[in-house]
Ligand binder design. Sequence first.
Ligand SMILES: [Zn+2]
Length: 113
Amino acid sequence: MDLRFPLFNNPPQREDKGKDIPVHSLPCVGCGKDVHPENRSSVPRSEINHVGWDWAVAGIISGGYGSRYDTVGFAICICDECIDRAMSEKKLVKVYEGLNRGFSFDQPIEATD
Ligand SMILES: [Zn+2]
């Protein structure tokens, strides 16, 4: 069996192809607790990246060439506590701040440019 391309040797079940499956919760990748969409009972899978999650970040990531998971998409979620710990342990890299350049509810919004 070619482990380099398991996708081709063992295709995933595709019963859900074309369906926008509702997602009721996702497990935090750090601590495993269930995280739910904010103020909603579920979200369509296609909206995971576009809605708020209760004190967590959730999104879809996908594998690229070089990974045996090339072309596979994953829903991933990490709660705020685990984000803090992962960043302090240098296991998670923040690549940018928010749209307001790091807006915080604890600080006044500063004018930009
Ligand atoms: Zn967590």
